[in-house]
Design a protein. Structure first.
Length: 398
């Protein structure tokens, strides 16, 4: 098959966000290794095509005209929704250019920013949308009233799903929500997973963390990932264990009271704030060493989608403390291959961290080995074979 992957982020770009980009790189390379002709189309600050690990990557610089003109006419009331349209249009335009010389058999788009919407119109190969995130669910968690621009964004994302030839999600959680709440048939296909690199760069670990015992959160330091709950759970823990540090790694979003989330965490921890450490986004060669050095990885998401952070941590043999009902339970067997707590519950989260911290090394190793065994079910050769069969089914039905 000749396959096009349409995405808003990829690991070739300096500002890629993480989970989606890494997933897509794994699946694109695996499908190429299975003998398929694969190309990636990603938004970028640059324009043109490059080869990355033998994979053609079409980089698309965002050109918002004529959407910026429409934005001015609307007095900038629809800035975000028009940006959704601009991104989708630019991706479709580049795909069409490549289609002219050598047509694709099938395309897969991420649900983010409705990036595949324009590619569902006119002459095209069948388009499959993978649900990476959903605006309307994420906004519901925030419980804030939406303006018209935000409501249009949600509608565009759902329209792109409805116009797709097939829709799937990596978690049963999101596939079920879509099927029941929006009457959009969504399948569940697990993502392929393997450790990204065997190269280890200890520079960051040695400079910031050597000699410290710590728990770790990594990913987007924001509300949806449960960092506000984490902020409220840490004072009790830090007061009880004087040798415990808590490390955050990742991009920081806004938090309560007009503060950044990391500043809010430090505010809540008061006298113990010096034992809160924050590192920026790290390449895998440095990140994996930081993960391996942690006693446990704490991921208290309010909602998630079979997150890459969970998979990486489990594959590296770490105890993961995740939230029940947020898709962690689809892989973690509580007390066996990880620990699950209820979301929004700072006291339960603090107790779980205390329990893991007090465990013997032997107990943590036992859970870590069970976690590694659970992740082996997502080996790329198996997961990509299932995706290949799925694509064939879509081609046959369409």
């Amino acid at each position: 098959m000749r396959i096009a992957f349409l995405t808003t982020e990829y690991i070739t770009e300096s500002d890629f966000a993480g989970g989606l980009a890494n997933y897509l790189h794994r699946v694109a390379r695996s499908m190429m290794q299975r003998g398929h002709s694969v190309e990636v189309f990603t938004l970028s600050e640059s324009d043109g095509q490059i080869s990355y690990h033998g994979l053609p990557v079409n980089r698309i610089r965002e050109n918002a005209y004529p959407f910026t003109f429409l934005d001015r006419l609307a007095r900038y009331r629809f800035k975000r929704s028009l940006r959704f349209l601009a991104r989708s249009y630019n991706i479709r335009k580049r795909v069409q250019e490549r289609q002219t010389s050598r047509p694709f058999d099938i395309m897969q788009a991420t649900s983010c920013y409705a990036c595949g919407l324009f590619s569902t119109f006119r002459n095209r190969a069948p388009l499959v949308t993978r649900v990476s995130s959903l605006e309307y669910i994420w906004e519901r968690i925030y419980k804030r009233p939406l303006n018209l621009d935000q409501r249009i964004c949600e509608w565009l994302e759902l329209l792109a799903l409805r116009r797709s030839d097939a829709v799937y999600a990596p978690s049963h959680l999101l596939s079920t929500i879509l099927t029941i709440e929006k009457n959009i048939k969504a399948d569940c296909l697990r993502p392929p997973f393997s450790v990204e690199t065997t190269t280890s760069d200890e520079t960051v670990f040695r400079h910031y963390l050597s000699g410290h015992q710590y728990l770790l959160f990594y990913g987007t330091v924001g509300f949806l990932k449960g960092c506000e709950v984490l902020a409220h759970s840490l004072p009790r823990l830090l007061s009880k264990f004087s040798d415990l540090y808590f490390v955050f790694v990742g991009k920081v979003h806004r938090g309560p009271r007009g503060l950044t989330m990391i500043d809010y965490v430090r505010q809540q921890t008061g006298d113990f704030k010096d034992r809160i450490l924050h590192l920026d986004v790290l390449p895998h060669s440095q990140l994996y060493r930081v993960i391996k050095g942690a006693k446990a990885v704490v991921l208290p998401s309010l909602i998630d989608n079979f997150p890459n952070t969970m998979l990486e941590s489990m594959a590296l043999g770490k105890v993961v403390i995740g939230t029940n009902g947020a898709s962690f339970e689809e892989l973690i067997d509580h007390g066996v291959s990880g620990i699950l707590v209820e979301p929004h519950n700072a006291e339960a989260l603090s107790e779980a961290m205390e329990t893991v911290w007090a465990m013997s090394e032997k107990e943590r190793t036992k859970i870590g080995r069970a976690a590694q065994a659970a992740v082996k079910s997502l080996a790329p050769e198996k997961a990509c074979m299932e995706l290949e069969h799925y694509f064939h089914r879509v081609l046959k039905e369409s």
